[in-house]
Design a protein around this ligand. Structure first.
Ligand code: GLN
Length: 203
């Protein structure tokens, strides 16, 4: 499949930037706001934003359960920042009533770098996307605190006090990054995700 159809959850966040990066990688993109828009998708991207708000909107729009069913059923997914939070099976420092979609056997700490740390950048080597490192931009970002057996660690913070923290993971067809590749001109994570969707659609 040369041109898979990928949904971008369009409730909040950098929808246009993700759309552009996916189209550049050869995908057709559908903005998803309603459950019936999940039909026919080969993959789904969950942008950053505010995970408590996205959780509320997912439930209000009737998207939470269909997304859980689709992702558990094998729909490839990529979540960035709040999208990583949504893909976590377990959450630390969420709101007391906060729910996630789940899909990756990991514990994610919300606002992990400190509430006062609005944004920072670090180098992150991600062999999945090539030898040269990503310039990763973190915005009130989570990190991955613990991973289950089936989870592959794709990248860690390399600079500053949080060096060593896990910020990119993969479990099967699901990828998550704490950082926002859509705000840089480096779209290799999107390229890798579109490749993963193509492989999964072909198998
Ligand atoms: N801190 C946000 C949250 O808890 C995530 C921030 C982001 O997506 N840039 O959802």
């Amino acid at each position: 499949m040369s041109s898979p159809t990928i949904g971008v959850l369009a409730l909040q966040g950098d929808v246009a930037e993700h759309r552009g990066a996916l189209q550049r990688a050869g995908a057709q993109v559908v903005a998803v706001r309603r459950p019936n828009q999940l039909a026919g998708l080969d993959g789904i991207l969950l942008p950053g934003g505010e995970s408590t708000t996205i959780d509320k909107l997912l439930r209000a729009f009737g998207l939470m359960d269909p997304l859980r069913t689709a992702i558990r059923g094998g729909l490839p997914a990529y979540g960035s920042c709040a999208g990583m939070i949504l893909l976590a099976d377990r959450l630390v420092d969420g709101r007391s009533d906060q729910q996630t979609i789940g899909g990756i056997d990991m514990t994610v700490r919300r606002n992990a770098f400190g509430r006062q740390v609005d944004s920072f950048e670090s180098t992150v080597h991600m062999p999945l996307v090539g030898d040269s490192p990503m310039r990763a931009v973190f915005i009130r970002a989570p990190w991955v605190e613990a991973t289950g057996e089936g989870v592959e660690i794709l990248g860690r913070v390399e600079d500053g006090p949080a060096a060593g923290r896990i910020v990119a993971v993969r479990q099967g067809n699901i990828i998550a990054t704490s950082f926002h590749p859509e705000v840089t001109a480096d779209f290799r994570v999107h390229d890798a995700f579109v490749d993963l969707v193509r492989l999964s659609a072909a198998s």
